[in-house]
Structure formats: C-alpha cells, structure tokens
Design a protein around this ligand. Structure first.
Ligand code: ZN
Length: 136
C-alpha cells in the first residue's frame, strides 16, 4: 500500500468549506454543497447507467455535513443535514474533485445531441437546394 494519499486532517474550514489535508502535503478546500451534489451513491447516481439521479436543484444551499467518519482506509462517509447518510466519498474521488476532473453534470448531462456533427446542411455543395430553407 503506497502511493494513495490519505487525509491526515478533515475539518470545517468555513461556513460551507471542508478542508482536507493529505499525507502528501496537499490541502484542498471543498464546497460542502458541491460535495453533496457530487455524491455518487446508489441513491444519487444510477448504478447501471451511471446517470445522475440527484438533481443539483434538490440540494439546498444550506446543506451541511453533520458527521464525517472514515471508512476503512479508502473513504469517508458523510451524514448530511438533509438526512442523506449513504454517501461515501473515496479518497480517490475526493482528489479527482479537488483537481477539477469531476464536474457535477448540470442538468441532463449526456443528453447533448452529437457535438461535432453539424448536420449535412451546407456541406454538399451549396445547401439543400430549397430556397426557403435558408441553409445556403
Ligand atoms: Zn448519495
């Protein structure tokens, strides 16, 4: 077991900030509301499809962690003031959030229809030939 950073200190550093100090010297401040919205438990994210069940709007700005306890040597489990207690954040996931690798999807993530495919309009030599279309 080496290479995986683990928290040496977890504390509330502000009204809605959670500060985690890691054993490799890194210190991260987490917005607790964003953290709550980033929950990936079975109640918040569909285990099969990976799509977000929890809507960010369902999480109020006033949500706060009530108790935080370490789970084994790989994660923390947070009891939230909104009654949600099944959320477990692995250290690995926390580091990803801290590095901005994980952005909680806004609304309807993945519903974006084919970015990069601009359709066929205008590609086949001067539009579709219908003057009312407007594509030319
Ligand atoms: Zn959850």
């Amino acid at each position: 077991m080496s290479g995986n950073p683990v928290p040496v200190e977890i504390k509330q550093s502000g009204v809605r900030e959670l500060r985690i100090s890691w054993n490799d010297g890194q210190v991260n401040d987490f917005d607790v509301v964003e953290l709550r919205r980033s929950c990936r438990c079975a109640a918040c994210v569909d285990e099969i499809t990976g799509s977000q069940i929890l809507q960010p709007s369902q999480v109020g700005e006033e949500v706060r962690p009530q108790t935080i306890r370490q789970v084994g040597n790989y994660a923390i489990q947070v009891n939230w003031s909104d009654g949600h207690t099944s959320g477990i954040f692995t250290f690995d996931y926390l580091r990803q959030i801290a590095q901005g690798q994980v952005v909680p999807p806004p609304n309807g993530a993945g519903a974006e229809p084919g970015i990069g495919s601009e359709g066929t309009h205008g590609k086949q030599g001067g539009g579709c030939g219908d003057s009312s279309c407007g594509c030319g």
